[in-house]
Design a binder for this molecule. Structure first.
Ligand code: IP8
Length: 257
């Protein structure tokens, strides 16, 4: 067994983002199968997609308590929808023979953003966590993105070899929005001093889209951990990225090297 690899399964990859609570089981199975072929110790962080963002947006959950909105019901709904999505992830991992255990963040994490609090749970087999609605000492509650969870796991666990962000629909960070991009627009090595015109579906997405992944990726790489963003629809790329082989995608470098 090699070192640890922390991998994000993007919410837009594992769900159909524009239809409430619709899961993409084929993609989940192909990701689980790819993960089962690696000998690395894995931490899997999955996003929310249509299981979290739509309700969170409607009830303004990322802002914390807002008077006049039925937010308590919405919090329970999003948490239970996320457990449902996580159950799909876990069953698929088990189907491919992986011993996996989930730690729901609302039970161990508080606060949002890169310095959220809580001791990071870890399991001997595959550790699974996800973006969630968590308590917050100032706002009462908020949305903790899987991208922030990626940051802390990738930089605080010992022996992390690399962090991989598997996303849907694109091969990595593109110079121009995906709708206008050709293959030549893929940025193969990105650092924070390079501009790109990311498309962020702010009308659906309550966290940060590709911009947040790039920002957290840069913070991870600053600590000396390799970071790659890849298209998770290609299982061969997922396995190659986990194993540290050369693969089509965007490598993130901190800018200090
Ligand atoms: O999709 C968001 O997590 P992300 C979590 O990883 C919720 O940014 C509940 C919207």
């Amino acid at each position: 067994m090699g070192g640890t690899v922390v991998i994000k399964w993007g919410g837009g990859l594992i769900t159909h983002k524009d239809q409430l609570c619709t899961v993409n089981l084929d993609v989940i199975d192909s990701l689980a199968e790819a993960c089962s072929k690696s000998t690395k110790k894995l931490v899997i962080v999955h996003g929310a997609g249509s299981f979290g963002h739509m309700m969170a947006k409607k009830f303004r959950l990322a802002e914390g308590r807002v008077a006049g909105l039925k937010q308590d019901e919405a919090i329970e709904r999003v948490r239970s929808d996320m457990i449902e999505l996580n159950n799909h992830v876990l069953s698929s991992l088990q189907k491919y023979g992986l011993d996996a255990k989930t730690f729901s963040p609302h039970l161990w994490a508080t606060g949002t953003g890169p310095s959220f609090k809580g001791e990071l749970p870890i399991f001997d087999g595959v550790t699974v966590v996800y973006g969630d609605v968590v308590e917050d000492s100032e706002k009462e509650f908020g949305i903790l993105s899987g991208d922030d969870i990626m940051l802390r796991y990738s930089t605080e666990l010992p022996n992390v070899e690399r962090a991989v962000f598997a996303i849907g629909g694109v091969d990595g960070i593109l110079r121009v929005p995906p709708s206008k991009a050709g293959p030549e627009d893929l940025i193969e090595i990105w650092s924070p001093d390079m501009e790109f015109e990311g498309e962020h579906a702010a009308e659906i997405d309550v966290t940060g889209g590709i911009g947040l992944k790039a920002a957290r990726g840069a913070m991870i790489s600053e600590k000396g951990v390799d970071v790659q963003i890849i298209n998770g629809e290609h299982p061969n790329r997922v396995l190659a990225a986990i194993d540290g082989e050369n693969v089509l995608g965007t490598k993130i470098v901190s800018g200090n090297c």
